[in-house]
Design a protein around this ligand. Structure first.
Ligand code: SF4
Ligand code: MG
Length: 339
């Protein structure tokens, strides 16, 4: 079937005072109805830039490639047309709900206003929809709480309000950018559960952006791992956790906390820092941090540092690496990837 969202050869370049920065390059992916794509990477990997490009929110950047929603190209659309799509067909939830909610209007008014503007409903109907939506996202006493202001909600409840606002116009595509990063672990789990439920009930196509593979394991069907603005690896979630093919994915998996860890066990972060997008190297962006390249012989190491690996399909994964890992090197899978 045709994907709801199809992105092909996306590149996003920003002009900075130090020169052009290509934040995203050669990126392609599909998202289908009723499926969740997890986009994972460190900060600066290009994952948020990608979501903003899909939403048409990069007014200051040069965007090339194709972004198609149900076969309709978004690239040539006017700001007015894009704004209409953003209201009705695609919606976004961010890490910090407070920055997207107006402090001086009640949450009910804000959700109702969104519905009025984009669906053209009358005041009473919009108000009713707002209360229904608050109930649907699990806010107790929705009638009463609709009359409260954002600061009267806890962080988790505020994120529920944002999800209600995002879904009130029945979009087909939901982009959630680090929706649970600011929340404590218990609340995080509840919000992820809510997103998974709504996604299933509404057959939403969801793009979930996160730095945390643990989050991906809980809600994603497919995973795209980004590094330095490009795809490092793409695979169904079970395949990725069972046998990561890219050394960076392997590093992310190894840095997840495990069940048998002592409470005070140190986090196993990947040593080194993300690549500079201002001065990209001709080779693999991960080469300076890659244990596999470091252990390789001279000729292989040369290839890693001089030639950028191309994305190649292999065994259900698509991976950009000269020396991909085989299934034999798989670590134990943490958590329970969603099937
Ligand atoms: Fe490591 Fe080389 Fe693969 Fe890059 S191409 S991830 S440096 S092994
Ligand atoms: Mg971000």
């Amino acid at each position: 079937t045709e994907p709801l969202l199809a992105v092909r050869d996306l590149a996003v370049t920003f002009a900075t005072k130090d020169g052009p920065v290509r934040a995203v390059d050669s990126l392609s992916f599909d998202v289908h109805r009723g499926r969740t794509l997890g986009i994972v990477g460190e900060s600066g990997s290009g994952k948020s830039v990608t979501s903003m490009a899909v939403m048409g929110l990069h007014t200051a950047a040069e965007v090339s490639g194709s972004i198609a929603l149900e076969g309709r190209e978004l690239a040539g659309l006017t700001e007015r047309e894009l704004s209409r799509l953003r209201g009705r067909r695609m919606a976004m939830v961010f890490q910090d709900p407070l920055s997207s909610l107006h402090p001086y209007y009640t949450v009910g008014e804000q959700i109702a206003e969104h519905h009025r503007v984009h669906v053209g409903s009358g005041r009473a109907a919009a108000r009713r929809r707002a209360v229904e939506m608050l109930a649907e996202v699990g806010i107790p006493e929705p009638e009463r709480r609709a009359g409260e202001y954002p600061h009267q909600f806890s962080g988790g409840m505020r994120q529920r309000v944002m999800i209600a606002m995002a879904l009130v116009c029945e979009p087909d595509l939901l982009i959630a950018d680090e929706p649970t990063t600011a929340l404590d672990v218990t609340v995080q789990a509840q919000i992820l559960e809510l997103l998974a439920r709504l996604q299933e009930e509404r057959s939403l196509a969801v793009v979930l952006i996160t730095h945390d593979l643990g989050v991906v394991a809980r809600v994603a069907h497919e995973v795209l791992v980004m590094y330095g603005g490009r795809a490092a690896e793409q695979a169904p979630v079970e395949a990725l956790f069972a046998a990561p093919a890219h050394p960076y994915t392997r590093g992310l998996l190894d840095s997840l906390p495990r069940l048998d860890d002592a409470d005070d066990a140190p986090l196993r972060a990947i040593p080194g820092s993300p690549p500079s997008l201002l001065t990209p190297t001709p080779g693999c962006a991960f080469a300076p941090r890659c244990p596999r390249a470091a252990a390789a012989d001279w000729a292989d190491r040369e290839r890693c540092t001089r030639h950028r690996p191309r994305l190649v399909a292999s065994g259900g994964h698509t991976v950009a690496c000269h020396l991909p890992l085989g299934p034999a090197t798989a670590p134990g899978a943490p958590g329970h990837p969603r099937s």
